[in-house]
Every structure is written in structure tokens, then in C-alpha cells.
Design a protein around this ligand. Structure first.
Ligand code: SDX
Length: 429
């Protein structure tokens, strides 16, 4: 129930709207009756000041650089937990006890195989197709296979579809990679952990045994935790909007993957590594800093800036630490890209342009160097982001579907086009 009101004066009239307070973060002004009361819309391109929903899942404090999942700080989950444990937390709202964790892990593990006929989808793509293009196609096609879990009104089918998505994403992502590099698909192994299984499906080959490095598997698992969910970002909002029409969960996740691909969003990890490679050496950095500040130059420092974080992205700090761990484990002591990244960060964090605009490294700044060291090509970076974010998309989709107030999302517009006019015959134009 609202305890305060917001007043609006418009066209000589005065209006009042309820103000709601959450557990944490800014209050919201409930304007759902604004158009009916005033005949006017709000106008907020990019939704910089708009709360699209009520949610219990993730909280971000952009000023303080805080990220909580169901109240637990991301650094504690990343340091002390596992990705599947974070999946359980995001889906069910509480950390699992031992028996709940064992049951969840068993259910996910025993859904990791895909229908054998799905292999044929891949042969329709060119070998040099971008793996994200393959992911958009194959995940969307899952609704053509799993008819028994597309009735979103059935809670049991919703949970089966959720488990299938979380369980099969690593298998499909690994298949997209194997197809891209021309190697045979590798089946999942049920005696491996979620992240170890993924690394093996990506890097094992039939002609020799593949032993997963536990340090790298732990690093992969932590990277998945860091990417799991992030409030109402562009791709999550896409999944929610697609789901609001009643579309099946596989189609909604495919829509989220398509949105994540953009370089301003999840595609930034690939773009950030390409940027570091383009800069090439520390002495080239000033030129690129100048370009990033030049209004007439479309160049931006990829992996820098964030719509919400106006402080250091807490995930970026953990990613930087993981980057050093992975490079150390692999004996990579002189990665020129890391030298460029560290120097670029140091310069940018003291440059008045970046300081004034509160532009800090985000999660994508160090992830590329880490993923490259793990053996992934840059074209796979956003696929890994999508793999991890699937649980966040699913948790947010599930929350929306189960909200009794949920209705189809249908924004309006400010129309600035031609007024009504009559058709002009061709010979009169
Ligand atoms: C992700 O939303 C999420 O939560 C996303 C994400 C998640 O987990 O889901 O965190 C994942 O997408 C991280 C962001 C990855 N993107 C990049 O690293 C691409 C580079 N960053 C920018 O494109 C930009 O910072 C955005 C898109 C991330 C945020 O853009 P906003 O909020 O719309 O901010 P803006 O573009 O209005 O920028 C504000 C100002 C502008 O200058 P002015 O017009 O005010 O003079 O800062 C400048 C921008 O020109 N600016 C940059 C910059 N980012 C913003 N200048 C140089 N380099 C940059 N990277």
C-alpha cells in the first residue's frame, strides 16, 4: 500500500499518484493511471527513469557498485558458491540445503543431452557462421522439439522447460563452438560438474583423453556466476516482453540471446578484446582515449561505462582477479593485451572525461582476456555470456508469468509523423 503521493500539475489540473517504496533502492511513482487521468503519456526513451516491473530477484546499487542476488552480495556468491547453487537461488529464492542441492544438481545433470536430431540443425549453417547466430537459431528451434514443456500456464511444464534450458545451454553452446571449428560434437558426461562438463565438451577431441584443469573449471564456474543475472537489462527486458505475449520459454530465451548479441550489451566482451587488440600496445592508448572522448568519433571504450553502475562494476573486480588466476595457472606472464588493459584502466580512471561521466570498467572489460586464455575464440565470448545469463532470463520470465498482475507489455509513443492526408494517385506525384 502506498504511504506517500506524487503531485502533477498539467493543463491547469492537479493530479496525484501513489509512490511505492521497495526493500532497497529508489521509490517508484505508480503512473499506470496517468493516461486515463490526464490523456498524456510519459516519455522516457531507453527507459533511463522507468521501473518496468516489481521484482525480488536482483538488486543493483549503481552509485555504490553493489549487486545482490536474492539479497546475497555477488562477491560472496562468486567466492564461496557454485554456479548451480546460484541457479537454485535465482529460481527458488533461497540458498539450497544439501539435499535440495543434490536433487537440483541431479535433475540438471540428467537433462544435459539434447535430442539427437538437433545435430542436424547445425549442418544448415556455414562453418564460419558466428556462434551467436547459431545459438539464436538452435535455441529458438528447441520449441520445435520440446512440445511437452511449452504450456506456460502449467507450473510443472514451466519448471521442466526451465531445467531443460539451464541443463542444455552448455551442450548447445559447446556444439556451436565445435561446429564453428570443424570438430566432432562431444557428449556431456554425468560424472563431471556443470562447468567442467562444459570445458570438456568444448575442448576434448576423440583421439585423446581430456582431463579438466580444476582451477580453470572453478574459474569458468565463477565467470558463469558473475554473468547469471542483472536486474532489468536490455536482454532480460526483451525476454520479459516476449514472455508477456504468452510465447513459449524457448522462443523467449532466443529473443534474449538476439538482444544480448549487440556490442552495447553482451557483445561488448568480444568488442572489448577486439579493441584491446586494435590498440595493440600501451603507447597507442592516448590516441584511443582521445577518440573515445571525441563526440564526432563513434569509437567508445568497449568494456567501459554502464547505464546503472556509476561506480566500479563489482563483477569487474572479481573478473580481474579471476583473470590473473587463470593467466597464472596457465603460466601466461606476458600477455600484451593484459598490459594494455591494465594501463588503459589506470589512465581512464584518472582522466577527467571518464571521471566526470562516471565511466568505470564493467564486467566485459576483463572477461575477454580471461576467456581467450581459457582457449575460446572471441566469437564465443557472448555465447558464454548467454549460457550463464539463461538462468537469469528464466528466473525473471518465471517471476513475470507467476505475477497475477502480469499483462502484455505494450508501450506507446510520441508521434511526430505526418498528419492525416489523402492518397495521391501516381500521375499526380
Ligand atoms: C552489459 O544493463 C546491464 O545491466 C548490462 C550488463 C548486464 O549484465 O546485463 O551489465 C552487461 O551490457 C555491460 C555494458 C557493456 N557495454 C559496453 O561496454 C559498451 C561501451 N559502453 C557504452 O556503450 C555505454 O556505456 C553503455 C551502453 C554501456 C551505457 O550507455 P548509456 O547508459 O546509454 O550511457 P550514454 O551512452 O548516455 O553515455 C553517457 C555519456 C555519453 O556522453 P554524453 O553524450 O553525455 O556527452 O558517457 C559517454 C557517452 O558518450 N560514454 C562513453 C562510454 N560510455 C558512455 N564514452 C566513451 N566510452 C564509453 N565506453
Amino acid at each position: 500500500m502506498s504511504d506517500t503521493k506524487a503531485k502533477l500539475a498539467l493543463g491547469g489540473e492537479s493530479y496525484e499518484f501513489d509512490v511505492h517504496s521497495g526493500t532497497l533502492g529508489p521509490d517508484v511513482i505508480d503512473i499506470s493511471s496517468l493516461y486515463a487521468s490526464t490523456g498524456a503519456f510519459t516519455y522516457d526513451p531507453g527507459f533511463t527513469s522507468t521501473a518496468s516491473c516489481e521484482s525480488d530477484i536482483t538488486f543493483i546499487d549503481g552509485e555504490k557498485g553493489v549487486l545482490l542476488h536474492r539479497g546475497y552480495p555477488i562477491d560472496q556468491l562468486a567466492e564461496k558458491g557454485s554456479f548451480l547453487e546460484t541457479c537454485y537461488l535465482l529460481l527458488y529464492g533461497e540458498l539450497p540445503n544439501k539435499s535440495q542441492m543434490d536433487d537440483f544438481e541431479h535433475r540438471v545433470t540428467h537433462h544435459t543431452m539434447v535430442h539427437e536430431q538437433m545435430n542436424r540443425f547445425f549442418t544448415g549453417f556455414r562453418r564460419d557462421a558466428h556462434p551467436m547466430a547459431i545459438m539464436c537459431g538452435v535455441i529458438g528451434a528447441m520449441s520445435a522439439f520440446y512440445h511437452d514443456s511449452t504450456d506456460i500456464s502449467d507450473p510443472r511444464q514451466r519448471m521442466i522447460a526451465s531445467l531443460r534450458m539451464i541443463a542444455k545451454m552448455p551442450t548447445i553452446a559447446a556444439m556451436a563452438y565445435k561446429y564453428h571449428v570443424g570438430q566432432p560434437f562431444v557428449y556431456p558426461k554425468n560424472d563431471l560438474s556443470y562447468s567442467a562438463n562444459f570445458l570438456r565438451m568444448c575442448f576434448a577431441v576423440p583421439c585423446e583423453e581430456y582431463a579438466v584443469n580444476p582451477v580453470l573449471a572453478r574459474a569458468m564456474d565463477r565467470i558463469f556466476i558473475l554473468h547469471a543475472d542483472h536486474e532489468q537489462n536490455a536482454s532480460t527486458s526483451t525476454v520479459r516482453l516476449a514472455g508477456s505475449s504468452g510465447a513459449n520459454p524457448f522462443a523467449c530465451i532466443a529473443a534474449g540471446i538476439a538482444c544480448l548479441w549487440g556490442p552495447a550489451h553482451g557483445g561488448a566482451n568480444e568488442a572489448a578484446l577486439n579493441m584491446l587488440s586494435e590498440i595493440g600496445s600501451v603507447d597507442q592508448i592516448p590516441e584511443y582515449i582521445d577518440r573515445a572522448k571525441d563526440k564526432n568519433d563513434p569509437f567508445r571504450l568497449m568494456g567501459f561505462g554502464h547505464r546503472v553502475y556509476k561506480n566500479y562494476d563489482p563483477r569487474a573486480k572479481i573478473m580481474q582477479k579471476t583473470c590473473h588466476e587463470v593467466l597464472g595457472e596457465l603460466g601466461i606472464t606476458d600477455d600484451p593485451l593484459l598490459d594494455v588493459a591494465m594501463e588503459l584502466e589506470k589512465i581512464a580512471l584518472t582522466d577527467e572525461y571518464f571521471v566526470e561521466k562516471k565511466l568505470y570498467p564493467n564486467i566485459d572489460f576483463y572477461s575477454g582476456i580471461t576467456l581467450k586464455a581459457l582457449g575460446f575464440p572471441t566469437t564465443m565470448f557472448t555465447v558464454l555470456f548467454a549460457l550463464a545469463r539463461t538462468v537469469g532470463w528464466i528466473a525473471q520470465w518465471k517471476e513475470m508469468i507467476e505475477d497475477p498482475r502480469q499483462k502484455i507489455g505494450r508501450p506507446r509513443q510520441l508521434y511526430t509523423g505526418a498528419p492525416q492526408r489523402d492518397y495521391v494517385p501516381m500521375d499526380k506525384r
